[in-house]
Ligand binder design. Structure first.
Ligand code: HEC
Ligand code: HEC
Length: 284
């Protein structure tokens, strides 16, 4: 996406204008299907109060057409994948002859679930992403094959589970048994990596609102995932996005589904506590 020189050049340029908001997040209101007003900016959660006042959805940093696409289910290309997942939800798979609906009833029973993931699972003694939980159900409760972490079947299902939570405020727990994972994620967020020696925070905390080449830098929130990107015309997972951003710093990246990216996901999700779940959202 960027080569070494352009990122350095762009970031150098950015840093010179630090403090000058050269392109503020757009002042707009996201009303879904002319019905549900979503919270796309709100006071920062307490754990971030010393770094930013306000948390802002990536929706505010996109162009007028992209924003409009997300506001209407008929125009949102991500909703096609939600429909596909609805069929899968009701279709038996695996040695047990069960579908998701055999145990969970309608997909609307998942309302609120996306808002609290990643989440500590007491039985497994680990913080789980939705992907991990879904594959656990497939493998151990359905006798079905696991889905590829960032693959289409998995992200379609996450888009379905997310879609029924749109408007519910993100509220991941960062204390109790999840705390050490959260702290690991926080450390990753602030660690400078790669030849460019950039951390997530250098771009998404210190420079959001600024332009990096032709792109308007957001806070790197994940309340809109999975994200339909106009660039690759498919749903993109959180970990695939992390991988892309780490690569842009010319660093070795962690694998999707790794313990590191799971910890980072919990931390980044917690930076959006209070924003509405928006997925599937539309981005460039
Ligand atoms: C045989 C029954 C069964 C089937 C079939 C099943 N699940 Fe589950 N699922 C469970 C149980 C039991 C739990 C709670 C597990 C736990 O907490 O460890 C669960 C938990 C979940 C959760 C987490 C809910 C929460 O509130 O944290 C999600 C998401 C989920 N399942 C998705 C799916 C999907 C998607 C499918 C189909 C691909 C599916 N499940 C199929 C039994 C099932
Ligand atoms: C060199 C600057 C840079 C660094 C460093 C960087 N990113 Fe990004 N990131 C971008 C750009 C540019 C985009 C696309 C525009 C936007 O949404 O900010 C982006 C997008 C994102 C998005 C999508 C937001 C949305 O609303 O769809 C997430 C999530 C994200 N980054 C997370 C991270 C994480 C986590 C890290 C650290 C591992 C990181 N980024 C490091 C530049 C960077």
């Amino acid at each position: 996406m960027y080569n070494n020189k352009t990122v350095l050049g762009a970031l150098g340029g950015l840093l010179m204008t630090a403090g000058l908001a050269i392109a503020d997040p757009v002042d707009d209101t996201l009303i879904l299907n002319e019905e549900t007003e979503l919270v796309t900016r709100t006071a920062a959660p307490a754990h971030m109060a010393d770094v930013v006042d306000e948390v802002i959805s990536g929706w505010h940093f996109r162009g007028v057409e992209t924003r409009a696409m997300q506001a209407d289910d008929f125009d949102n290309p991500g909703m096609i994948f939600v429909e596909q997942a609805e069929d899968v939800w009701n279709t038996a798979d695996g040695s047990e002859g069960k579908s998701c609906s055999s145990c969970h009833e309608g997909s609307d029973s998942m309302k609120g679930v996306k808002a609290v993931y990643p989440k500590w699972n007491e039985g497994a003694g680990e913080v789980r992403t939705l992907e991990m939980q879904i594959n656990d159900c497939r493998e151990n409760r359905m006798g079905a094959e696991k889905w590829k972490y960032t693959g289409g079947s998995m992200q379609n299902m996450i888009a379905l589970i997310s879609s029924v939570s749109r408007g519910v405020p993100v509220n991941v727990a960062i204390d109790g048994p999840a705390q050490s994972t959260w702290e690991q994620g926080k450390e990753l967020y602030y660690t400078r990596t790669g030849q460019l020696e950039l951390s997530c925070a250098n771009c998404h905390e210190d420079n959001y609102g600024n332009m990096i080449r032709a792109d308007h830098l957001s806070q790197g929130q994940i309340n809109g995932f999975p994200v339909y990107r106009l660039k690759n015309t498919k749903l993109n997972s959180v970990h695939a996005r992390f991988k892309g951003c780490v690569r842009d710093t010319r660093a070795e990246t962690y694998k999707p589904g790794s313990a590191e990216f799971t910890a980072l996901e919990l931390y980044v999700a917690s930076r959006g506590n209070g924003l509405s779940v928006e997925g599937p959202s539309v981005r460039n």
